[in-house]
Write a protein that binds this ligand. Structure first.
Ligand code: ADP
Length: 159
C-alpha cells in the first residue's frame, strides 16, 4: 500500500521552511500532497489559485510531490485523498502547543490518521508566512525566504 502524507497549510505564502518540510517528507513517504486550505472566511494575502500555480511549478520535477487545494476539515480531506499521514513542521514550543491540539482533533475526526512532525532545519526556524507578509507589505524584499520570486505574484497580493 502506497504511503501518502498530506502536508496541509495556508501557505500564504509558501516559504523556504515549507519547501524544506515537503522535500524531507518526500524522502519518508511514497507521495506528499501539499494541500492548500481554501477557507473562504479567511482573507488571504496571496489568492489560493496563484499560490497553487507557483507551488506546482516549484515541484514540477519532483514526481512524488503533488499540490491540491481543499475546503473543509483537513482530516476528512486526508481520507478522500487516501493519505494515512499528516505532515507538519515544528519550529518551537508555540508550534508544539498548537500542533498538539490540532493533531488530537484530527485523530478524533479520522482515527486512522497519524500526524508526523518534522523539526525545522535551524537556518529556517525564524521563517514564517506572517513575517514575510509583514515585510512585503512595507516594501521589503522577501526573496531570501521563499523558493520563488515574489515579483511573480506581487500583482495579486492584497496590499
Ligand atoms: P497553518 O495555517 O495550517 O498553520 P502554515 O502555512 O502557517 O499553515 O504552516 C503549515 C505547516 O508548516 C505548519 O505545520 C507549520 O508549523 C509549518 N511551518 C511553517 N514554517 C515553518 C518553518 N520555517 N520550518 C518548519 N515548519 C514550518
Amino acid at each position: 500500500m502506497k504511503s501518502i502524507a498530506l502536508f496541509p497549510g495556508s501557505f500564504d505564502p509558501f516559504t523556504n521552511g515549507h519547501y524544506d518540510i515537503a522535500m524531507r517528507g518526500a524522502k519518508l513517504f511514497d507521495e506528499v500532497i501539499i494541500a492548500i486550505g481554501n477557507n473562504s472566511s479567511k482573507q488571504r494575502y496571496i489568492p489560493v489559485a496563484r499560490m497553487l500555480e507557483v507551488i506546482e511549478r516549484i515541484f514540477k520535477d519532483q514526481s512524488n510531490i503533488k499540490v491540491q487545494t481543499f475546503k473543509g476539515l483537513t482530516a476528512e480531506f486526508a481520507r478522500e485523498a487516501g493519505a494515512r499521514f499528516l505532515l507538519r513542521g515544528l519550529r518551537n514550543t508555540t508550534d508544539f502547543e498548537y500542533e498538539n491540539t490540532i493533531a488530537q482533533a484530527n485523530r478524533h475526526v479520522n482515527h486512522d490518521l497519524e500526524t508526523v512532525f518534522l523539526i525545522t532545519s535551524p537556518p529556517l526556524a525564524a521563517i514564517s508566512s506572517s513575517i514575510i507578509r509583514e515585510i512585503h507589505k512595507y516594501g521589503g524584499n522577501v526573496d531570501d525566504f521563499i523558493p520563488f520570486r515574489f515579483s511573480e505574484i506581487a500583482d495579486s497580493a492584497t496590499q
